[in-house]
Design a protein around this ligand. Structure first.
Ligand code: PLP
Length: 401
C-alpha cells in the first residue's frame, strides 16, 4: 500500500503524445509531423555551426568558472537580448526603461512574467487567442491569472478573424492583459499584417490594455530578425508599456539549453528599476537563478559581429527550407488535383501549417499512411523533406476525397 495509491494517471501531453504513438509504429514509411523542432532535409536535429563554435570557445577558455549567475541571469545576455528584440537603436533601451531578466526559455519567461503580473498588476485577467499554444492557459492559470479568450482564427478562410479579434479586445475590461504571438502564430501560422498590427496597437492603447508578447520564433518565421520583431517594435515605439517573452529554442536551436528572456518595458527608468527588484522576488523562490551555459553561448554570438552574421545566415537557411517545404507541398496538392483551396499552406508562416483537416481525417492519415500530427490538423513543416512531401500529399488527397 502506497501513500500515493489515490494518484490517478494523468493523460499524455497532447503534443508529446504524438511522438509516443509515432515511436510505437513499426512502419518504415512512418512520418512524424507533430514535433515542434527543426529537422534537416535528412530528418535530423540540427546544431548550428555558430553554436558549436561558441561552445568550443567557451570550453577552451580556462578562466571560465561555474559559479552561480545572479538571480536575473547573465548581464551581457540580458543586454543583447533586449537589443535583439527591440532593435539596437531602441529609445526605450537608451532611456533605461526596459528591464530584462534571463529565464528558462520561452515557457519560463511567460511564467515569471505571469507571476509578476499576478502579484503586482491590478487587472489580473489575461486574454489569449483561440486557438493558441496549448501551454498558454496552463502557464497563466498556474501563475495566478484568470484566463479569457479572444477570437483569432477563422476556419472558413483559414486566415485571421480580424473583426472578431477587434470586437473581443474592444469588450475586454480596461487594463486587461493581452497575450500576442509576436510572429508565426502557433498553431495557425496566421499573423496580422503590419496594417492590422497598427490597428490592434491603437485599440490596445485606447482601451489601456497591457500587451504581453510571446516571441518564440524571431527570425525563424521570415528569415529576418528585424521583420519578425516589427509587431513588438511598433508597440514599444509609442512609448507605452508591454512585456515580451523571448525564446532561443527555435532561432538558435538551443531547445534543451532552456535559454530565454523576459523584458518589461516601463514608462521610465525609475519604474523599471522597481519592477526588476520585484522580478527577483518572483524568481528566487522558484529556481533561485538561471543556468549559465546556454546564456553564455547566446551572449557570445550576439556580441561578436562575425558570429552574429554567421548566425543570421544559418537562421535564414532554416527559415528558407521551411518556406520551400510549403511551396513543395502546395504544388504537390495542385498536381494531384486535390479538391479545395490549399493556398493557406503558402500564406501561413513559421514552423506550422494549420491544414484545416479535421480529427477524423487526421486519424485516417495516421491509420492508413502512418503520418503523425496533432488532431487539430497542425503539421510541422520542419519535419518534412523533399522526399516525404509526395507521401504527405497522397495522404491529404486520400483524406479529403
Ligand atoms: N510560445 C510558443 C508560441 C511556442 O510555440 C513555444 C514552443 O513551442 C514556446 C512559447 C516556448 O518554448 P520554449 O519554452 O521551449 O522556449
Amino acid at each position: 500500500c502506497s501513500v500515493f495509491d489515490h494518484v490517478v494517471r494523468a493523460p499524455e501531453d497532447p503534443i508529446l503524445g504524438v511522438t509516443v504513438a509515432y515511436n510505437k509504429d513499426q512502419s518504415p514509411i512512418k512520418l512524424n509531423l507533430g514535433v515542434g523542432a527543426y529537422r534537416t532535409e535528412e530528418g535530423k536535429p540540427l546544431v548550428l555551426n555558430v553554436v558549436r563554435q561558441a561552445e568550443q570557445t567557451l570550453v577552451n577558455d580556462k578562466s571560465r568558472v561555474k559559479e552561480y549567475l545572479p538571480i536575473v541571469g547573465l548581464a551581457e545576455f540580458n543586454k543583447q537580448s533586449a537589443k535583439l528584440i527591440f532593435g539596437s537603436d531602441s529609445p526605450a533601451i537608451q532611456e533605461n526603461r526596459v528591464t530584462t531578466v534571463q529565464c528558462l526559455s520561452g515557457t519560463g519567461s511567460l511564467r515569471v512574467g505571469g507571476e509578476f503580473l499576478a502579484w503586482h498588476y491590478l487587472e489580473r485577467t489575461i486574454y489569449i487567442p483561440v486557438p493558441t499554444w496549448g501551454n498558454h492557459p496552463k502557464v497563466f492559470t498556474l501563475a495566478g491569472l484568470s484566463v479569457k479568450t479572444y477570437r483569432y482564427y477563422d476556419p472558413a478562410t483559414r486566415g485571421l478573424d480580424f473583426q472578431g479579434m477587434l470586437e473581443d479586445l474592444n469588450s475586454a475590461p480596461a487594463g486587461a492583459i493581452v497575450l500576442l504571438h509576436a510572429c508565426a502564430h502557433n498553431p495557425t501560422g496566421v499573423d496580422p499584417t503590419l496594417e492590422q498590427w497598427e490597428q490592434i496597437r491603437q485599440l490596445i492603447r485606447l482601451k489601456g490594455l497591457l500587451p504581453f508578447f510571446d516571441s518564440a520564433y524571431q527570425g525563424f518565421a521570415s528569415g529576418s530578425l528585424d521583420s519578425d520583431a516589427q509587431s513588438v517594435r511598433i508597440f514599444v515605439a509609442d512609448g507605452g508599456e508591454c512585456l515580451v517573452a523571448q525564446s532561443y529554442a527555435k532561432n538558435m536551436g538551443l531547445y534543451g539549453e532552456r535559454v530565454g528572456a523576459l523584458s518589461i518595458v516601463c514608462k521610465n527608468a525609475d519604474v523599471a528599476g522597481r519592477v526588476e527588484s520585484q522580478l527577483k522576488l518572483v524568481i528566487r523562490p522558484m529556481y533561485s537563478n538561471p543556468p549559465i551555459h546556454g546564456a553564455s553561448i547566446v551572449a557570445m554570438i550576439l556580441r561578436d559581429r562575425d558570429m552574429y552574421n554567421e548566425w543570421t545566415i544559418e537562421l535564414k537557411g532554416m527559415a528558407d527550407r521551411i518556406i520551400s517545404m510549403r511551396h513543395q507541398l502546395f504544388e504537390a496538392l495542385l498536381a494531384r488535383g486535390t479538391p479545395g483551396d490549399w493556398s493557406h499552406i503558402i500564406k501561413q508562416i513559421g514552423m506550422f501549417t494549420f491544414t484545416g483537416l479535421n480529427s477524423e481525417q487526421v486519424a485516417f492519415m495516421t491509420r492508413e499512411y502512418h503520418i503523425y500530427m496533432t488532431s487539430d490538423g497542425r503539421i510541422s513543416m520542419a519535419g518534412l523533406s523533399s522526399t516525404t512531401v509526395p507521401h504527405l500529399a497522397d495522404a491529404i488527397h486520400a483524406a479529403v476525397t
